[in-house]
Ligand binder design. Structure first.
Ligand SMILES: [Cu+2]
Length: 209
């Protein structure tokens, strides 16, 4: 019974072909009468088998990577923000209109390791006490400095992941009521300078009133 079970397991193709190629070479070497010219076809066959084996797993990996690409969601406006090694956002002013579906692309364009210079983009409710929020956020180490409980959590309207160098994250959110929405990076010590304002303008209907 255990033998039958074993035979059902998926064979490791690479190992199978490796051992097959080795057998071919051994057979060839064991024929002492065989000269080099006769031996050559065996080398070619063996190398073809090796190359076929080595290209197999790579194809599988690239197929997996392609499957991980997140399809674009419908949106009205796309905003792109970068976090840099000088502890700054590349822009501190963003604009959208009430009710718009926003696609926000956040990039860490720096090269300093995440543990020392990680960045995120966190959108806060209008009127949030920034210094207090920043201190509170710093205590949420295990949630990558995104408050997920208490008063600080209720100020968070949208946020990206904490990014290391050359990483990027894409988030979608709908712009709320017209107003000034602060955004910050909550990595400890960054919010004092890594901050800006997303201005949400009134929608077309309100302008006409
Ligand atoms: Cu930062």
């Amino acid at each position: 019974m255990p033998q039958a079970g074993k035979s059902l397991e998926n064979p490791n193709n690479a190992q199978f072909f490796d051992s097959m190629a080795c057998s071919l070479l051994l057979v060839a070497l064991s024929r002492k009468s065989m000269n080099f010219k006769a031996f050559l076809p065996f080398i070619l066959v063996a190398s073809l088998i090796f190359s076929a084996c080595s290209s197999g797993p790579e194809t599988d990996e690239s197929a997996e990577a392609a499957a991980e690409v997140v399809p674009d969601e419908p949106h009205d406006v796309e905003l792109v923000v970068s976090g840099m090694d000088n502890m700054m956002f590349d822009t501190n002013k963003l604009q959208t209109t009430e009710g718009q579906r926003v696609k926000l692309v956040f990039k860490n364009v720096g090269s300093i390791p995440k543990a020392a210079m990680g960045h995120n983009w966190v959108l806060l409710a209008p009127g949030t006490d920034l210094p207090k929020f920043a201190v509170d956020a710093g205590t949420f180490l295990t949630n990558e400095y995104i408050p997920n409980s208490g008063a600080a959590a209720s100020s968070v309207l949208a946020h990206t992941k904490l990014l290391g160098p050359k990483e990027q994250d894409v988030i979608y959110f709908t712009a709320g009521a017209p107003g000034e929405y602060p955004f910050v990076c909550t990595f400890p010590g960054h919010a004092a300078v890594m901050q800006g304002v997303l201005t949400v303008a009134p929608g077309a209907a309100e302008k006409m009133n």
